[in-house]
Design a protein around this ligand. Structure first.
Ligand code: CO
Length: 153
């Protein structure tokens, strides 16, 4: 069972490594495991959040999810918007982050196929949040109006 790590775990601050072999059984096992957690707990999940410093993210997409291996944002709109974010690795904190409204991302899917996706709005925001994780960047580094909610209150 995978466990979500939280700050100040140093893995969250590392630059994650590129995945050389998508068909590696470890990767093939990790993708459905991460997908399950993501669908249950949030709208996106990056491998460093489960303690694996590798370039893999899972994002909520339409009625399901998409796994992106070695994702690379090719283009980001100059036009940005503020929106509220939170993160499973930063429990209880929320804040507004300014993100590009649209982007184009290139990635390898779980079968090893190269894909390109145009995203906007919420999907573009999730992709930017999750790809930041791969570079050791957390939303609290960029957020304004951070609020802390005590889950026991
Ligand atoms: Co996050």
């Amino acid at each position: 069972m995978l466990k979500i790590i939280t700050i100040p775990n140093p893995i969250l601050r590392q630059k994650a490594k590129k995945i050389a072999d998508v068909m590696d059984p470890k990767i093939q096992k990790l993708i459905p495991q991460m997908t399950e957690i993501m669908l249950k707990e949030g709208v996106g999940l990056a491998a460093p959040q489960v303690g694996e410093s590798i370039r893999l993210i899972i994002v909520k997409y339409k009625d399901g999810s998409v796994a992106m291996i070695n994702p690379r944002i090719l283009k980001k709109s100059i036009l940005k918007e503020w929106g509220e974010e939170g993160c499973l690795s930063v429990p209880g904190k929320y804040g507004e982050v300014k993100r590009s409204k649209k982007l184009t991302i290139r990635y390898t899917d779980e079968k090893g196929k190269a894909k390109t996706l145009n995203a906007q709005g919420m999907l573009a925001r999730i992709i930017q949040h999750e790809t930041d994780h791969l570079d050791g960047v957390l939303f609290i580094d960029k957020a304004r109006k951070i609020v802390e909610l005590n889950p026991n209150e």
